[in-house]
Design a protein around this ligand. Sequence first.
Ligand code: BGC
Length: 737
Amino acid sequence: MKLTTEQMEKVENLLSQMTLDEKIGQTNLESPSIVGGFDVSFEELIEMVNDGRVSQDEFKKIMSTASRDYHEDDIRAGLVGGMMGDDPVKANELQKIAVEESRLGIPLIMGYDVIHGLRTVYPIAIAEAGTFDPELFERTAQVAAKESRASGIEWNFAPMIDVARDARWGRVSEGPGEDPYLASCFAKAKIRGLQNDQSSTENYVAACLKHYVAYGACESGRDYNTTSMSVSQLHNVYLPPFKAAVEEGAASAMASFNDLNGVPCTLNPYTLRDTLKERYKMNGFVVSDANGIVECVTHGIAEDAKDAGIQSMNAGLDMDMGTHIYKEYLKEAIETGKVSMEVLDDAVRRILMVKMWLGLFENPYVSEKNIEKYKTLPEEHVAVSLEAAKKSIVLLKNEGQVLPLNRKQKISLVGTLAANRDEVCGAWAMGWKSEDCVSIWEGLKNSGADVAYYLCGGPEDEINEDEIVKACIEGDVVVAVIGELVNMTGEASSKANIEMPGKQRQMMESLLEKTKAAGKSLVTVLMNGRPLGLGWEDAHLPVIVEAWHLGVQMGNAVAAVLFGDENPSAKLASSFPSMNGQCPIYYNHPSTGRPGSKSKFTSRYLDAPFEALYPFGYGLSYTTFIYGEMQVEETADTYDIRVGLKNDGERDGTEIVQLYMQDVTASLVRPVKELKGFVRVDLKAGEEKKVTISLAKADMGFYDNQGTYVLEDGLFRLYIGGNSRDCQCREVRASFK
Ligand code: BGC
């Protein structure tokens, strides 16, 4: 985030005029409180929802009838720094109070969760990451930024860039997968897209990197759980996307809920002050996650709310989301010297800088014209979402080349997920309207398919055998859509069983038997937000398409792939296990002394494969790519890895060529493979190209347990291939002197 000297002077000038209360006000992030409609406090109500005394449905009813307190008096008094919400009319109203009625006229910053699109929702991050397409990551983020600004949101709680390797964690859906390099490319592109070039306030928002940090390493994949790891692991795996995003100019970050090696990230001076602010030089601010500060009391690291607030502010947490602890206790903490004015000034300065950089002092309001702009989704936004959706679909298996289908085939479509528009957007999608979403059934109809839908079963439904029989008799091909409901992933949606939910496996067994008997083909399309344990499916089902939760255009994208209008090109950003007990499973694990093999005393299971079912980087195409012989050329600063690539089939296609590295002898045990580069290569049918990926020697190092980046001479293996498992290898002896 770059500010001009003039902007910095304005910030300093404002800061010098602020009272202590006004300074503390800037650190307070409010959300509209719910008032009336029930007898208990809102906090108690949430507690009741959490422990099941109030059902989700009852809660929704209460919320829709309750009125809201927007804290207008506090805004007027300069006691609010930011507000959460997505209503531009309300945002203008509140902003007007802040700008015109508060003493110094400091605008509010309006924040909201826009993780994968607001109105024009695009694929969940774990799916989009599989496109390996930074230019696309940037364009989808641009769509999100524009729609956010028009909704009065200047601050997106995105990108979510937690490296995650345990599919049991429901939040794997929100992030770019298991690999730090891919996650870093994703993070940088998202910052470019969200924060843009700042040429017009209609085009950019402040990004908020989350969840800082290591939240994805929560033990046993259980949300909010503890994390512990070496310094080396933290710097090599979990920090890189954050570092990359800060280098790209990210304006803010959100501290994660988890403790890291015993210190909650909300009040962790090592991660916040030392690493993010001093080492990476992030000049923007850090906000807590919702209720994060008070949870430090429950963590058992702070005596009470006041203590938690003091520790958090001193550690470098600049803004309080939702607890009012800074508002309540910071004044006393400053007066008693528990927090210095310098620390508070640093926090306030950062918040003012972001507001200044956002142009909020000059342009605090959403214009009438802009409010109207995205009421109906603009064609160009829908086109980007469709492109992202098509490019995110991974072909996992295509036995007998059943796919692509042709339009003359009569399709029997089964599975309740196929017919439900409200299931396409995925977790943490907030601003979509049902009428803008395209279900798979609708997508097939839109594309001219001869398709009939049969109500045979779904993630939470009973199986209807009569309908299964009908579907198998009446269609030439049965397309079964199975997987997870949206609410099975996302926050607070960890699962111990990540195999196919409900009775869907039984439904598939029945479909398999009856399609076989009738001589019909069976195609399986998966809709899900996490890697699923697909051992049974892979062993039995001939054709499997991973379609994730793809956003508003899901149905059209799936139809395009099923009919071959789009040749699938995506690869998995996360390894898929065969079964639950393999979690966590990831390709870039440290080398063991006894690598898993057929023999017993090796790193393996007695009752499960030790390898992933579908590895990171895996995905098929309707054409075949043939790799030539890998060549490595050394220059002063790089290794240039070259390979010939031929499209050996009859369809145009895109291959994602991946470069991996292994540091074979190092002072710390290193991963068996690490992604170091990739390139999307478009090849016409029969076409051949030379592909070169350069590996900078400077990038061949790693962080040691002091957090120092080291480059160690020695033997390295370089791998190139179409996924993390099937690669060619060359060894090089590198010297970095
Ligand atoms: C989530 C964050 C989110 C915040 C605000 C929290 O529960 O962990 O990802 O940004 O709520 O909605």
